[in-house]
Design a binder for this molecule. Structure first.
Ligand code: ADP
Ligand code: MG
Length: 605
């Protein structure tokens, strides 16, 4: 028999390697941005078309390459950044594997123009699917321009596998944010489909954060600065009131490289414990400086994961640094959470308090209530009026409410079998569940999810039915959103308008009117929830835009866990829940209630 092992031809090996390095357009963006930074550029321009599917071009003013280096840069394992394996333990650059350009050129049509400051003319290389198709001299300015066209043009299966334009573009923006945040000393411009989305001038970190996330973040940042022998921690965390419902604003960098590390994320979130409702995530932009020889960043091909020699100590230092920062700015856990946070204890007092077993945080805390401290003190009568408003919009039209209830009455029977029919009083458990004895058992309802379901059906009904009523705002509301948020809002505009939002036609999207079913005080929260849901959306997660809108609005408006409800309110919620079409699940498919029969209970004794 003849021998059968063959060495793979280079272009095949490159294509296989490309599978690891180039997963989607954003992977190309990341690699090109990193190369430009390693080349010591001070200006980086990224031009993207069709979410990177037709063009990703990066122009920098960095070191440029000689003609020989330019040609070599497309070879696998061609790198100027490390020469020996030992160098891996003292990395100062972003790249080092020497795989990126070879991989990109294996799966796209690439045009490179580059010139060193000392050279008169630049060099041009065109390469497609690893084959050089043109090579020569060209006139160009100092630095490098790489245009990556028609990604995966030669692998239709990969190209078809790409997600929607919106999803792919969000990945690109994520990479852009990560790199731009870590390099405030570099000017960055991002253009998508001929629209300039970011124009970030060189400046300090705070200016960079504001440049990316908009002006409203400016006074929400708390500086963090702590230097120890093991690690330096610097950057900003967002004040608790600025916390989001998603991890959209969580950035951790180690030696100016963006990393994901759930252990360290936990350290930061832990420093906020007692300050945030469970569903809220703190914003942070934190930079760790460590000795490069004490970390291993090479455990993942896309290089966002990292191993530390001494991660326990780093955890402790990071947590303490954030607590300290929050304490200094008097945003530390305070005993009375309804109080003005700015009048909380000083850091010194905090330290003394640390001896106490647990700082108890008022479970009534609800960020929506903050401006209205008197709410807790209102009479019972008022409380029920307040309850009415919790059923936002439910009372607006008697007719359709009646209709739902009629149907609900029939459904109620199917929700419980006869022996479990509702009976007697109910009470609240841990301000989270409503407990109600049944004829032959027990009903336990999750108040937050139950109310989400109620609101969800109501909003969906509005969306599919008539155009929602709108209330005109006295003063137009400046939403002060960043470019990405504006883009998302634009894509949802039609549905938003249908439900009663009104926008002006300026670029920064002023709000002129809001749906009657959304109280003005909740608008920010509703839009916040909506943007983060739209941003994190993966295809098929929601049936439609209406579903997305109804889900996120109901989440934003539902009674939170931790809210005390009067018995009247509890009964009201149960009635509304069992009048729903699908009372047993929340809009994001979690159980809203469970029942225990007497037999179940007997069995446990
Ligand atoms: P790595 O970055 O891991 O070294 P790449 O494939 O990304 O590998 O790049 C290969 C080499 O090409 C780099 O080591 C660098 O010398 C050169 N290079 C790539 N991009 C640029 C650029 N924008 N400016 C100057 N040199 C570059
Ligand atoms: Mg590289």
């Amino acid at each position: 028999m003849t021998d059968c092992i063959k060495l793979l031809p280079d272009h095949v090996a490159n294509q296989i390697a490309a599978g690891e390095v180039v997963q989607r357009p954003s992977s190309v963006v990341k690699e090109l941005l990193e190369n430009a930074i390693d080349a010591k550029s001070t200006m980086i321009q990224l031009i993207v078309k069709d979410s990177g599917k037709t063009l990703i071009q990066l122009i920098d003013n960095g070191s440029g390459m000689s003609a020989t280096d330019a040609r070599l840069s497309f070879e696998r394992h061609a790198t100027s950044k490390i020469a020996a394996a030992d160098d891996l333990f003292n990395l100062q650059t972003k790249g080092f594997r020497g795989e990126a350009l070879a991989s990109i050129a294996a799966v796209a049509q690439v045009e490179l123009k580059t010139k060193r400051p000392s050279d008169e003319v630049g060099c041009l290389i065109k390469i497609e699917g690893s084959k050089v198709i043109d090579q020569g001299v060209t006139t160009c300015s100092t630095g490098t321009s790489i245009a990556v066209k028609n990604l995966f043009f030669n692998i239709p299966a990969r190209r078809n596998f790409l997600k929607s334009a919106g999803v792919e573009f969000r990945h690109i923006i994520d990479e852009f944010h990560r790199v731009a945040l870590a390099h405030e000393e570099i000017k960055f411009i991002l253009t998508h489909n001929n629209t300039e989305l970011f124009h970030l001038l060189e400046g300090n970190l705070k200016q960079r954060i504001v440049g990316i996330f908009g002006h409203k973040i400016n006074d929400k940042l708390v500086p963090i600065n702590e230097d120890t022998d093991l690690v330096g921690v610097s950057g900003f965390v967002g004040k608790p009131a600025h916390a989001k419902r998603s991890k959209i604003e969580q950035f951790l960098f180690v030696n100016h490289r963006f990393v994901k590390n759930s252990y360290l994320n936990h350290a930061i979130e832990n420093a906020f414990s007692g300050l945030l409702q469970p569903q809220f995530r703190p914003s942070y932009f934190l930079f760790l400086e460590v000795d490069p020889s004490t970390i291993d960043i090479n455990i993942h091909p896309t290089k966002t994961e990292i191993k530390f020699e001494d991660d326990h100590s780093i955890y402790a230092i990071l947590r303490a640094a954030v607590k300290h920062g929050l304490g200094q700015y008097q945003i530390a856990p305070v005993l009375d959470f309804e109080g003005n946070v700015d009048l909380g204890p000083s850091y010194g007092e905090m330290k003394q308090m640390a001896a106490a077993p647990e700082v108890s945080v008022d479970q009534h805390f609800n960020p929506f209530d903050a401006p209205d401290k008197s709410m807790q003190l209102k009479s019972k009568q008022d409380a029920s009026a307040q309850w009415e408003s919790l059923y936002v919009g439910l009372q607006s039209s008697d007719n359709d409410q009646l209709e739902i209830e009629e149907n609900g009455a029939q459904r109620q029977i199917s929700a419980f079998d006869e022996t479990l029919s509702i009976q007697g009083k109910c009470f609240q458990l841990h301000r989270k569940y409503i407990v109600k004895p049944l004829n032959k058992g027990l009903l336990l309802v999750h108040q937050n999810r139950a109310h989400q379901r109620v609101l969800y059906e109501r909003i969906l009904h509005k969306l599919s039915d008539s155009k929602g009523n709108s209330q005109q705002l006295l003063f137009p509301l400046d939403l002060d959103m960043n470019a990405q948020e504006i883009n998302l809002m634009k894509s949802l505009r039609e549905s938003l308008e249908h439900i009663g939002f009104q926008f002006d036609d300026s670029d920064n999207f002023k709000l002129l009117g809001i749906p009657t079913l959304v109280p003005e005080s909740e608008v920010g929260n509703v839009l916040d929830q909506l943007i983060s849901a739209a941003r994190d959306e993966t295809p098929n997660q929601h049936f439609s835009q209406s579903d997305l809108l109804a889900t996120s609005m109901s989440k934003a408006l539902a009674i939170p866990s931790g809210k005390v409800l009067t018995e009247e309110e509890q009964i009201g919620l149960l009635d509304q829940l069992f009048a729903c079409q699908a009372p047993n699940i929340s809009p994001d498919q979690k159980s809203t209630f469970s029942t225990w029969s007497l037999e179940d209970i007997d069995r446990s004794f």
